[in-house]
Design a protein around this ligand. Structure first.
Ligand code: ZN
Length: 503
């Protein structure tokens, strides 16, 4: 009887998963293929699909089905597919059923309509044009928060959407540690003379050739992956065997390549989920923080490492003989690891990146609390950029308008980027202890052992466990610890810039 009920649950969740993935495909198409004229129609389509999925999932019938299976699930092995699916569905249901489908649909419609407004406002450096849609998104978020009981801080509710179980207070504690221990690193590097400016002109076509060679060595295959250009890079797809990543290109520097490696890391996490979880809510990365740990790992711990460039630099030099004729791998390694406060988060180096996040984390809480009129957001942004990074924001395109997130109503998302950086270093300490030959392999262009380790210890679990449980299975503790990241950064910068190895 219970097995029958479970099969019923499995089938219904599979249909909902199909709807969710259809929405993802509509979203991918919106950013990659759709002509601008499709925008308002697409907003309706996304809202409709989202509403149907939400209604199906939050129905009283579904609640009863899940409830009826709870004790049956608890009697089974905790790690089993059955127990995990019931556990996760119950938690998801409790949260989702508190939000009316109409509000949910309005949130996705508003986000889809705001996107082209943001693209245009960003292009024209016109914050005033973006303000009404930002206000609308923010109001909807507040209505969303009002659907829940707030135990401690309203921000907990939105943070939990991206990092289940994480509290604002914990993040603040971690960020305070970074302010104290990471921010000084940037000043120490600056005191050493910082970086000489490099001016390059890298043709785009050979960049594309090189980038494909790199991600193919990482594990990109034509059979299960796509790579396309977009304004703002992202990773998406319709399932384990259909992974889509996007990128953009710059001629002055190789930021596009690092962005591609980043999105590859996200894609690989989804690609290596256990196929048995497909078409269920378990078939994806467990949280944005864990997800970001994977993208940052391939971008930084692999892509900005010396062993990686020992292998790939000769090929890069071959493709850009004029630009890189006078370089060797170590000089190039120093250049791609240059530390310099800059305006754009996605191009920020490893030492300054988290400071961009702390600024956004603080502003989001202030906006939700209505601490200042929204018209003043650019001033608040610019003041913090000066306080944390010591740089002046010349215009809003390079400031408050740079990120896609607020146009999509994603508030509570940004902290997961910094948490991901920290988790990546926690996991890296474990990997390098388990695989002592890892770096020798990189020098030979061999990335399979890393990929396999990640599949075995993290990726295959998908969303079966909570983020804390998942982290514990990988590194032995459920706590996000900022120390390994700061330690990694200090050691790296000590070797490049000659700053002290300890404080
Ligand atoms: Zn990412």
């Amino acid at each position: 009887m219970s097995q029958q009920k479970f099969d019923q649950l499995r089938e219904q969740l599979a249909e909902i998963s199909d709807l969710v993935k259809t929405a993802a495909l509509l979203g991918w198409d919106q950013h990659v293929m759709m002509p601008p004229g499709g925008a308002s129609l697409r907003a309706e389509q996304l809202a409709t699909v989202g509403r149907i999925a939400h209604q199906k999932f939050t129905s009283a019938k579904m609640g009863k089905l899940i409830d009826g299976l709870r004790s049956w699930g608890e009697q089974r092995d905790y790690d089993s597919f059955e127990a995990s699916l019931i556990r996760v569905a119950a938690l998801d249901w409790e949260k989702a059923s508190k939000v009316p489908s109409e509000l949910r649909a309005e949130m996705s419609r508003s986000a889809a309509l705001a996107n082209p407004v943001w693209v245009d406002a960003r292009k024209r450096n016109d914050f005033a044009a973006f303000l009404p849609v930002l206000r609308k998104n923010l109001d909807l978020r507040k209505r969303y928060i009002d659907c829940f009981e707030v135990d401690d801080e309203p921000y907990d509710i939105v943070l939990d959407d991206y990092e289940r179980g994480m509290k604002t207070k914990e993040v603040r504690g971690i960020f305070d540690y970074l302010k104290e221990h990471q921010a000084p690193l940037v000043k120490e590097v600056a005191a050493r003379g910082g970086n000489a400016e490099h001016h390059h002109n890298f043709a785009l076509e050979p960049q594309k050739v090189f980038e494909l060679e790199v991600i193919r060595a990482f594990g990109f295959t034509d059979e299960a992956w796509r790579l396309d250009p977009t304004v703002h890079p992202f990773a998406s797809g319709t399932g384990i065997t259909d992974i889509r990543i996007t990128t953009r290109y710059f001629s002055e520097h190789f930021g596009g390549l690092f962005g591609t490696m980043h999105e590859f890391g996200h894609g690989l996490y989804e690609r290596q989920v256990d196929p048995a979880l497909e078409r269920s809510p378990l078939a994806r990365g467990v949280s944005l923080g864990l997800h970001e740990s994977q993208s940052r790992m391939w971008e930084n711990l692999v892509g900005r490492s010396l062993p990686f460039w020992r292998h790939f630099f000769p090929r890069l030099q071959e493709l850009f003989p004029d630009e890189l004729g006078g370089y060797d791998d170590e000089r190039w390694y120093r250049e791609v690891n240059a530390v310099e406060p800059s305006l754009i988060r996605v191009e920020a180096d490893e030492a300054t990146y988290n400071l961009h996040i702390i600024l956004r984390f603080e502003l989001e809480q202030a906006m939700l609390a209505g601490e200042f009129p929204l018209e003043q957001l650019p001033e608040e942004w610019n003041r913090r950029m000066w306080d944390y990074l010591g740089i002046e924001v010349r215009n809003d395109t390079l400031g408050v308008l740079q990120d896609v997130h607020w146009s999509g109503g994603s508030i509570g998302y940004f902290p997961t980027y910094a948490l991901g950086n920290l988790i990546s270093a926690q996991i890296w300490e474990k990997i390098t202890a388990d695989l002592p030959d890892l770096h020798d392999g990189f020098e030979q262009g061999e990335f399979g052992p890393l990929r396999d380790w990640l599949r075995e210890h993290l990726h295959r679990h998908g969303r079966k466990f909570t983020p804390g449980e998942t982290l514990e299975r990988v590194v032995g503790t459920s706590q996000i610890d900022p120390e390994p990241y700061v330690r990694y950064l200090r050691e790296k910068l000590a070797a490049i810039y000659g700053i002290a190895t300890t404080t």
